[in-house]
Write a protein that binds this ligand. Structure first.
Ligand code: URA
Length: 218
C-alpha cells in the first residue's frame, strides 16, 4: 500500500502490550476500557511530538535563571472524540492535553449500507485555521465515519496539516481514502491490519470497539 499521507505505527512495548490485551476476546470490558485508555495516552504522547506549540522562556529555579520551553497556552487545541468508541481513548488523551476544548461528534454506521450518519455534533460553527485538532477514532475501517468527521472539521476552517488522528486499528480502505483527500494529514495507530470482512469489520481487528468498551451485548 503506497500512501502520500503519513501513518505512524510507534514501535513501543507498552503500545504492543495494550493492543494485545484489547484484541483478546477474553478480555473483560473493564480491562478493555483501561487498555484503550492506555493506548489513547501513549499514541497521543507520540502524536504530540513536533505538533504541540511551544514557546521559549526563562524560569527562575531556586538557584538561578534557566532557559525553559513551555507549551504555548494561547494556541487553540481541540479533541474530537467520535462516539461511541472514541470515548474509550479520551481519558488518556485529555490527561496530556488538559487545556484542549472537547467537541463530541456522534456518528453511527448503517450496518447494511456501511454509510455513516451524524446524530450529535458539538463542533463550533467555525474553527480558527491554527487550531490543532486531535481526532479520536479507534477503528479506521471503511473510512465512512472518519471521512465525515474530516469533512465537518475542514468545512469549519480546520487545516488538515494540523489535524492528527489517533486510531488503534487501521485498515487499508480507510487509509487509502484519507490519503487521497488529505495528503498532509497524520495518523497515529497501534497497528495496520489486513482488511475488512463482508460486514465492514476489521480482520483480525478487535471486534466492535464501542460494544466492548461499554459492555454492550452484541
Ligand atoms: N468499528 C468497530 O468497532 N470495529 C471494526 O472492526 C470496524 C468498525
Amino acid at each position: 500500500m503506497t500512501l502520500q499521507m503519513r501513518v505512524y505505527v510507534p514501535d513501543h512495548p507498552l503500545i504492543k502490550h495494550w493492543l494485545g490485551v484489547a484484541r483478546d476476546r477474553d478480555t473483560p470490558s473493564v480491562l478493555f476500557k483501561s487498555a484503550m485508555s492506555e493506548l489513547g495516552r501513549w499514541l497521543t504522547y507520540e502524536a504530540c511530538r513536533n505538533w504541540l506549540p511551544t514557546e521559549d522562556t526563562v524560569v527562575q529555579t531556586p538557584l538561578g535563571d534557566c532557559p525553559a520551553t513551555l507549551i504555548d497556552p494561547t494556541q487553540p487545541m481541540a479533541i474530537v472524540p467520535i462516539l461511541r468508541a472514541g470515548l474509550s481513548l479520551f481519558e488518556g488523551a485529555q490527561g496530556l492535553l488538559p487545556l484542549a476544548s472537547t467537541y463530541h461528534l456522534g456518528l453511527v454506521r448503517n450496518e447494511e449500507t456501511l454509510e455513516a450518519s451524524c446524530y450529535l455534533n458539538k463542533l463550533p460553527s467555525e474553527l480558527l485555521p491554527q487550531t490543532r485538532v486531535l481526532i479520536l477514532e479507534p477503528m479506521l475501517a471503511t473510512g465512512g465515519s472518519i471521512l465525515s468527521a474530516m469533512q465537518e472539521l475542514t468545512q469549519r476552517g480546520a487545516d488538515p496539516a494540523l489535524i492528527r488522528i489517533i486510531s488503534i486499528v487501521a485498515a487499508p480502505p480507510a487509509l487509502q481514502k484519507l490519503s487521497q483527500l488529505y495528503a498532509s494529514l497524520q495518523i497515529y495507530t497501534a497497528t495496520i491490519d489486513e482488511g475488512l470482512n463482508e460486514k465492514g469489520y476489521i480482520v483480525p481487528g478487535l471486534g466492535d470497539a464501542g460494544d466492548r468498551a461499554f459492555g454492550t451485548p452484541a
